[in-house]
Design a protein around this ligand. Structure first.
Ligand SMILES: Cc1cc2nc3c(=O)[nH]c(=O)nc-3n(C[C@H](O)[C@H](O)[C@H](O)COP(=O)(O)OP(=O)(O)OC[C@H]3O[C@@H](n4cnc5c(N)ncnc54)[C@H](O)[C@@H]3O)c2cc1C
Length: 365
């Protein structure tokens, strides 16, 4: 690491790296400091969807969905090998908590906002059951198909990291941040690899944002709720294409086929402990197995699980129902003498292009 940078970013997740790349495109000298390794946080523990979030429509989060679908189109066009459009199947059963008209309207609105041109449609039950042999027929009422994006979150994040490095961004991994000293003229960061200086510090530590602010007494306008979600990786392919399903409590979950496995997720749990102490909870594993088994002919057990992973995201506090809480991000800028400190609160994997663009607009005239 050199001594003085135009911008220092803490956190090498998708957001920190996308901001680093966007700043380097503006010819800024950028350093990214990461305590672990690139994409070690939420950016490699997500559902790996590049989507607007169909379910956010029922909470009237139209601007979030529209923006995410614009980002989806950008990513489909610019990273065609990494972000693929896939058909998602939405089977509706007799005991579904959502009325059919609502689902039809939601799918229509979602495709109206999406820019990829693929329209949703109703599929015959017979065709669906012929292809999705593992799925129960009992009480199946209708089936819809729509299109959304799928990626590998870790590979995508590493790709953005490489692009940032090609533009001159320095990324320092396994760095311990020991102190942040701010006076009117300069911000100094004391790290395990030496001291570095800047006038612009960006805190892109995702769900660690509060912990950094607390430890280093940084000014901030928000605090967060930590919301974790687990995924089960089943040791074989259960379905030919992704399925979107409803839990008995009206939540949404996905069964997503990979090349040789199937990913099922996710759960939502509010966490009180430090982020690094968050662990997979047995209750959540049972919950996902039970909810999946409601739809599967052959019941899954723990023996079918090849791998489990947990990710945690920040949700800005003050919002009430966790499952409804907005996934919208906030940029929180503070001026201290000649210095600026920017905190990034939230931001989906999908929305990193627009988030990075907004950060540049906010910071560079
Ligand atoms: C269960 C789950 C499923 C999700 N599914 C989807 C999905 O399908 N589609 C979608 O668009 N979004 C999804 N998301 C959201 C998405 O994963 C996150 O919004 C995104 O990855 C956040 O990226 P980030 O860069 O802000 O944070 P992170 O990727 O968490 O990066 C923060 C980085 O900061 C580092 N850091 C922390 N403290 C320090 C420190 N003191 N010093 C240095 N570095 C530090 C961490 O090690 C980490 O690498 C999901 C999230 C979860 C939790």
């Amino acid at each position: 690491m050199q001594f003085k940078y135009d911008v220092i970013i803490i956190g090498a997740g998708i957001n920190g790296l996308a901001i680093a790349k966007a700043m380097a495109e503006k010819e800024k000298k950028v350093l990214v400091i990461e305590k672990n390794h690139i994409a070690s946080g939420a950016s490699s523990h997500s559902s790996k969807l590049i989507h607007g979030g169909l379910r956010y429509l029922e909470h009237f989060e139209f601007s979030l969905v529209r923006e995410a679908l614009q980002d989806q189109k950008y990513l489909l066009d610019n990273y065609p090998d990494l972000v693929k459009l896939r058909p998602f199947y939405l089977p509706i059963y007799k005991n579904s908590k959502r009325p059919l008209w609502m689902i039809k309207f939601g799918l229509w609105l979602y495709s109206f906002f999406a820019k990829h041109g693929e329209k949703p449609m109703e599929i015959s039950k017979e065709d669906f059951l012929r292809e999705f042999r593992a799925i129960k027929e009992e009480n199946l009422k209708s089936v819809f198909r729509y299109f959304d994006g799928k990626t590998d979150d870790s590979v995508l994040t590493h790709t953005i990291s490489k692009e940032a490095e090609e533009l001159g961004v320095e990324i320092a991994e396994k760095i311990e941040l020991r102190a942040i000293e701010i006076d009117d003229n300069i911000i100094q960061l004391v790290t395990s690899d030496g001291t570095v200086e800047t006038n612009l510090l960006i805190n892109a530590t995702g769900v660690w944002v509060d912990e950094i602010n607390r430890e280093f007494s940084l000014p901030s306008s928000y605090t967060i709720e930590k919301l974790s979600g687990i995924h089960l990786v089943i040791d074989r392919v259960l379905v030919p294409e992704p399925l979107i399903l409803e839990t008995s409590s009206k939540r949404i979950f996905f069964i997503i086929p990979e090349q040789e496995t199937t990913t099922i997720g996710t759960t939502e749990r509010s966490e009180d402990s430090d982020v690094d102490k968050i662990r997979i909870n047995n209750e959540d594993v049972e919950y996902l197995l039970n909810e999946s088994n409601n739809y599967l002919k052959k019941q899954l057990t723990r023996k079918d699980i090849k791998e489990l992973y947990i990710g945690t995201r920040p949700i800005i506090k003050s919002q009430k129902d966790l499952s409804v809480m907005s996934r919208e991000y906030k940029l929180d800028l503070h001026h201290i003498g000649q210095n600026r400190v920017l905190h990034v609160y939230g931001g989906k994997l999908t929305t990193f292009p627009s988030l990075a663009r907004k950060v540049v607009k906010l910071l560079i005239n």
